[in-house]
Design a protein around this ligand. Structure first.
Ligand SMILES: [Mg+2]
Length: 223
């Protein structure tokens, strides 16, 4: 875990979902090829040809942007696929239930956190897939707000879904913490906009959050 910054008073936590609230790389890595296959079908190309074109565009972007990667949403957008279409494909193709199972320790962690903070999720995945992911993990009831790509219509990194979440929760940015597994996607912009930011490097980091946040709050209150 890396704590980038924390507000003096924390009232809400906004979690990224994929590779933040679960560690199953097999599920995560199933997504890219499914989307590439669907795009290849749409464009009448072979999977390999499509993959080469996607990889080339990604590499060109990275070379021009200090190694930053385009999200699948933004990458496919450059091949003429709207975010709406992208979301529809995800809803049809992704199967979180086939890979993920209930995580009792995660449920205990979120139960503790929800006593002190409002809990929300912001993801570049389809909202329906995010809800199904949270349900497969057995934690959907803890989330007061879930904002996916079809609701924000713009992929992180952007403040749009964070602003939407802040509005739903009735909280200001300086009362919120963004928690995710990728600095440039989940944390950089939120921190620049006054939110806290916590980098998750393994699921153990999520389990440790109640203690870490409580301690930080105590330090801030000089207790
Ligand atoms: Mg993630």
């Amino acid at each position: 875990m890396k704590v980038l910054s924390l507000p003096s008073q924390i009232k809400g936590l906004i979690f990224d979902v994929d590779l933040t609230l679960y560690e199953n790389r097999e599920y995560y890595e199933s997504m890219g090829p499914l989307m590439t296959k669907r795009l290849a079908q749409e464009k009448g190309k072979s999977f390999d040809q499509m993959k080469r074109e996607l990889d080339a565009l990604q590499k060109a972007f990275q070379d021009e942007n200090e190694g930053r990667k385009l999200s699948i949403g933004n990458l496919f957008n450059r091949f003429g696929i709207s975010f709406e279409e992208n979301v529809k494909w995800r809803e049809e193709l992704f199967q979180p239930e086939a890979y993920l199972t209930k995580d009792d320790q995660l449920a205990e962690t979120l139960a503790k956190l929800s006593q002190r903070y409002k809990i929300a999720a912001v993801s570049n995945n389809a909202t329906r897939i995010v809800q199904r992911t949270l349900a497969a993990l057995g934690v959907e009831d803890f989330f007061e707000s879930v904002i996916g790509l079809d609701m924000s219509l713009v992929s992180k990194p952007t403040m749009k879904p964070f602003q939407m979440t802040a509005n739903v929760l009735g909280l200001a940015f300086n009362e919120l913490v963004s928690i995710g597994d990728r600095v440039e996607i989940d944390l950089e912009l939120p921190v620049q906009n006054g939110m806290g930011g916590v980098l998750i490097e393994s699921i153990q980091d999520v389990y440790a959050l109640p203690e870490v946040l409580k301690k930080a709050q105590r330090v801030n209150n000089n207790i």
